[in-house]
Design a protein around this ligand. Structure first.
Ligand code: ADP
Ligand code: ZN
Length: 436
């Protein structure tokens, strides 16, 4: 089958040419930022770096980093690179980690963002013959508008459902024969669960593909969603600070997401020292937006932990790939001195035959951390005998101990008793933060 791309000449450009293009764009962008963003100019001046010192991507490391706290300091207009009268849109982060950030877009920025999402949709086999149901939230959150823009660029018939109202989602999906579903993986799992309950087997669901992102999800969760909906599920990554979804997207190989390198320059650094790490190392992802005008962040520290790889991809795209980020440095919990990521817990649950419906509760009692995980039983596991439940809890706690090195208290709860998410799932309740 002939391979399809949205912008073939860019997506399959030889690596050396991509790097050359990035160098040219970087030099221009640094000049633009230095001249128009006093906040960043000050950071550069403090570091003693001038725009002339940046001659190409090999000089990137000379530039100062930007962090989420810079974004908060500069709120709302301090990082604007264009007059407000040239901006056409504002979005805001979902505030997963508590602090909202606003980002601005010119029409040029929206266009390049739409292109990025369009590439993702074509990589998921989308074309003008598809009906694309966008069930990410529309509004300040970037998910809805981002995929909507991409879908229209591809020429799909776009169904702007936004998130929520699952009954109506399913009705439209069936009546209008939606072939591509875009939403968070936790909402996709929820829709799948709902369809199953309504008696829909995968062969009766018109969907062929899903484009799911905006939150971490495991490989096991992917396989589960694929089986319930009868689709191929593609990961998509992005953050409001550098447009929104579509900064990176998955192809049919499903082995990581291609970063749209003509617009975003990626680095991996040691989160503690800030040192740039060689390709293949695990560390914090840092992005420089190469041609965004209104909110042109240079060396923005995402706090997402992942690995980059230039390994040749069978899809023909030459863009570097990022592994699924399995959580942010600030998602990591330190419980009794041990580092724990929610994604590790999810992996164990799915391996042990549970659904990804769980909530982690961490607290501190008598100077000791308490660590509880509420896990929903599947309807077929649901047993009323106390001894049966206790045995299952014990088995699961043992599997968690093997993965994490510490023992959580597992509480199996009845099916459907944990609130479902229509956007990003809330997996952790850390009550220790309330006491500190
Ligand atoms: P917030 O920081 O408030 O969640 P955003 O909505 O902009 O704001 O979310 C961006 C973050 O979402 C990313 O930095 C990353 O941590 C997470 N994310 C987005 N897409 C993915 C994905 N495909 N896999 C894992 N994490 C993702
Ligand atoms: Zn590929």
């Amino acid at each position: 089958m002939e391979k399809r791309y949205f912008q073939k000449e860019i997506e399959t450009m030889p690596v050396e040419e991509i790097k050359k293009l990035q160098s040219e764009k970087l030099v221009k962008q640094v000049k633009h930022v230095y001249e128009n963003v006093p906040y960043y100019r000050n950071l550069m001046d403090e570091k003693g770096v001038k725009p002339e010192d940046i001659k190409g991507i090999e000089d990137l490391h000379k530039l100062p980093f930007l962090t989420k706290s810079d974004l908060r300091d500069a709120y709302p207009y301090g990082l604007l690179g264009k007059p407000l009268s040239d901006c056409v849109r504002i979005h805001s982060t979902s505030g997963t980690t508590g602090k909202r950030v606003v980002a601005f877009y010119t029409q040029h920025d929206i266009d390049l963002w739409d292109d990025c999402c369009a590439r993702a949709i074509v990589a998921a086999d989308g074309s003008k013959d598809d009906v694309c149901q966008v069930a990410y939230g529309y509004g300040l959150f970037t998910g809805g508008f981002g995929l909507n823009g991409g879908s229209q660029k591809v020429g799909c018939l776009t169904l702007p459902m936004s998130s929520g109202n699952t009954e109506r989602q399913v009705q439209f999906m069936m009546d209008l024969n939606a072939t591509i579903l875009c939403c968070t993986p936790s909402y996709a799992a929820y829709i799948g669960e709902y369809l199953k309950e309504q008696g829909y087997t995968p062969d009766r669901i018109p969907l062929k593909a899903g484009i799911f992102g905006a939150e971490p999800w495991t490989e096991e969760m992917r396989r589960g969603i694929e089986a319930t909906l009868g689709i191929k599920a593609y990961d998509i990554y992005g953050l409001t600070e550098s447009t929104g979804p579509g900064v990176a997207f998955e192809c049919e190989e499903q082995t990581g997401m291609h970063i749209n390198e003509d617009h975003f320059l990626a680095e991996i650094i040691d989160p503690d020292t800030g040192e740039v790490l060689p390709e293949g190392s695990k560390g914090e992802l840092v992005f420089t937006s190469l041609d965004k005008e209104a909110f042109p962040l240079l060396r923005y520290r995402t706090r997402d932990i992942c690995v980059l790889s230039r390994k040749e991809c069978s899809c023909g795209r030459t863009f570097i790939k990022m592994a699924k980020p399995m959580g942010r440095s600030d998602d990591m919990m330190i419980i009794r001195g041990v580092n724990v990521f929610p994604s590790q817990i999810e992996t164990v649950l799915l391996k042990e035959g549970y659904q990804p419906n769980y909530q982690i509760v961490v607290d501190r009692k008598n100077n000791n951390d308490t660590f509880d995980i509420n896990v929903e039983m599947n309807p077929e596991q649901f047993t009323d005998t106390v001894s049966g439940v206790t045995a299952m809890e014990k088995a699961l706690a043992g599997a968690m101990k093997t993965m994490l090195g510490i023992n959580p208290a597992i509480h199996l709860v009845p099916p459907k008793s944990i609130t479902r998410s229509e956007g990003k799932a809330v997996r952790v309740i850390d009550k220790r933060k309330l006491h500190d």
